[in-house]
Design a protein around this ligand. Structure first.
Ligand SMILES: CC(C)(COP(=O)(O)OP(=O)(O)OC[C@H]1O[C@@H](n2cnc3c(N)ncnc32)[C@H](O)[C@@H]1OP(=O)(O)O)[C@@H](O)C(=O)NCCC(=O)NCCS
Length: 287
């Protein structure tokens, strides 16, 4: 594998993406790098982890920043051919180097839906049932796509600010951004690519603290008589992730801490926990 490089896809350019169309039939206006991110997510979450394809993309994708990491891969196109009598090479091996997308992560701006219910079972972002924390291993059976379909899907595009339950690491009020959909293609794991993705996204967020600052209208504060942007809560560096339980150690290595107050819940049949990290927005820029 050659030196990997990372591309950022900003949200404004993703709007034309059609979740019901295959990647090869997407409008030309959709950035190629976003299609690459979706190809990686398909391989990891749909093919490998068996998340239903229709639940993998969600409304948050339209408003998120996405990073995609690429690697140069050298592949043999034609093997060498040797003379069977003399063992001399008749035709040398022919190889080709191509650049392939191998990992991705997204950063979702605030506001967000309330923290998941501890013991909840979520399908396609919807709570379909609730169980006790110690019964998670059998909970997935109660969550069916049909049950999720029966509940109207709430769009986070029009999410208002709300005060929610306080947890150990979140007071229920402070705005936070959310890192998620972290995925590295299986053959490329163990090369610190997820570390590179997470560090890049966090450093970008730290150096662009007002990028996601929403307008009064966007967060639905107009009816409350809030007219000035200064009245909209500011992001102070708090970052959340909903981590698959098996991958908590990796997120801890990136600086996140488990929020015990958030408990555990199931998303698409996988047990998740909430984790937080606080970025120092006053730190000097990385060299
Ligand atoms: C989790 C995943 C993104 C890790 O990608 P990766 O590129 O192999 O990770 P890295 O090589 O950057 O590892 C970074 C650190 O995390 C650790 N780590 C990676 N995967 C881990 C895992 N499954 N469990 C515990 N630690 C892990 C590594 O040991 C490494 O620690 P170190 O720097 O101290 O050596 C990848 O395995 C994956 O895509 N898994 C399937 C999808 C998934 O579970 N996504 C996370 C959703 S919350």
């Amino acid at each position: 594998m050659g030196t990997p490089f990372i591309t950022l896809v900003e949200p404004g350019r993703i709007g034309d993406y059609r979740p019901n169309l295959p990647l090869s039939e997407q409008p030309d206006s959709v950035p190629k790098a976003f299609l690459d991110a979706m190809a990686v997510r398909h391989q990891v979450f749909v093919d490998e982890q068996k998340v239903p394809v229709e639940n993998e993309f969600d409304d948050d994708d339209y408003r998120s920043c996405h990073w995609v990491v690429y690697a140069s891969v050298n592949r043999t196109v034609e093997p060498e051919v040797r003379d069977p009598d003399t063992d001399q090479i008749i035709y040398p091996r022919r190889s080709e180097t191509s650049t392939v997308p191998v990992g991705t992560v997204r950063l979702v701006p605030y506001p967000h839906p309330p923290h998941p219910v501890s013991g909840g079972v979520y399908v396609n972002g919807q709570l379909v049932s609730s169980i006790s924390d110690d019964a998670h291993n059998v909970a997935a059976t109660t969550a069916t796509a049909a049950a999720a379909d029966a509940i109207p899907r709430r769009s986070s595009l029009a999410m208002p600010f709300t005060v929610e339950r306080a947890t150990e690491l979140h007071d229920g009020v402070e705005p936070y951004v959310k890192l998620g959909r972290l995925a590295v293609v299986r053959e490329f794991r163990g090369y610190k690519l997820s570390r590179l993705l997470v560090r890049t996204a966090l450093e970008w967020a730290r150096t662009h603290p007002t990028y996601f600052q929403p307008s009064v209208a966007a967060v639905g504060l107009e009816p409350l008589g809030v007219e000035k942007l200064g009245s909209v809560p500011k992001w102070l560096g708090l970052v959340c992730c909903h981590a698959q339980k098996d991958v908590v150690r990796a997120w801890e290595k990136f600086g996140f801490r488990v929020d015990s107050g958030m408990g555990t819940w199931m998303e698409e049949g996988i047990t998740h926990v909430g984790m937080f990290l606080r970025l120092d927005l006053n730190a000097s820029d990385e060299k």
